[in-house]
Design a protein around this ligand. Sequence first.
Ligand code: ATP
Length: 374
Amino acid sequence: MAEILLKGIVKRFNELVAVDHVDLDISDKEFLVLLGPSGCGKTTTLRCISGLDVPEEGEIYIDGEDVTAKRASERDIAFVFQLYALYPHFTAYKNIAFPLVTQKQNKKKIKEEVKKAAELLKIEHILNKKPKELSGGDQQRVALGRAIVRRPKVFLLDEPIGTLDASFREEMRTELKRLHVDVGATTVYVTHDQVEAMSMGDRIAIMNLGALQQVGTPFEIYSKPNNLFVANFIGSPGMNFINCRAVRKNGKILLRLNEVNADIHIPEKIRKIIIDKREEDKDLVLGVRPENVIIGFKPEEDSVKTDIFTIEKMGSYNIIDVKLGSEIIRVRTLPTVVPGVKDKAYISFDMDMISLFNRENKQSLMRKTNAGGI
Ligand code: ATP
């Protein structure tokens, strides 16, 4: 069992607030990814969980026990960094065995544990090699092996595959996820790569400027972003943002797209949110993912006229950029949709899949929970 609970964690470096009142509840055996741009406080949060940094405010609990004042060595946690500092003069075997040697385990037990870890990581054949004879991927597998033999309750991984090249990274992503299932330790994984986060995390915690922006499953984060930061950070190609305003016409609330002065209908549930949250006549941003923009070549109800700008043929799909006034809207289509550049097109939106944000405070109107989602 290893549930991790962070309550109001604050960590400062002089004037800089690196971690700003972070609340996070990580379940036993969960794979939680801390995601955000460089410098947003991911590593510092991880170091606070590990005990390498001590927060100025807040508490950290592991399995209900307050460990805030405990040292790293007292927390039963294994930490794997991006720069896998292996001992260069030791073989892979000796590197993996090292934590058990320092624990003064007997030789038979050490041999057994190293063998098990090596089998799990499929590195039995390199155990006699020294780090300089190994590829980056294998060096990282050895570093993971060294963490696994300790059988910790918690794994903290800080960009562990960040230095590997793209094809290795993909391979290691799958391996790490499988390893998590096999080892069964609660895992907190830091990355700035949204693809890595989406493909690996049971849940993702997104940070910006030290503060948690949203915690949720990849689907929740992708389809219901809490704010413009999250909406913008997740997805490739990214979400389209269209300036708009909720206007009342003949007693009915419609969405006016500023650039083209066109009014489109909105579903009842969104109309209700606009009324409840008093967002009528305020500056809003309509957020719509490229796959939720529908493109056609004749006018339909609620479609707006655009000019085709460019077409990217991606093989399994196309990305068509259209111009809505001065805004570029990216549309994801089947690969068979190939209009001519400079053609006219009419776009509409899957209104069940849209997001609406207040342009001033950048928050989603659809947001139900606090940023922490707990
Ligand atoms: P990256 O992905 O670049 O590692 P990060 O999201 O992990 O970024 P942190 O390393 O946690 O971010 O850093 C958060 C902020 O705290 C940054 O502005 C960083 O410069 C600052 N910081 C981190 N450690 C220290 C330190 N020991 N002394 C002073 N400032 C620090």
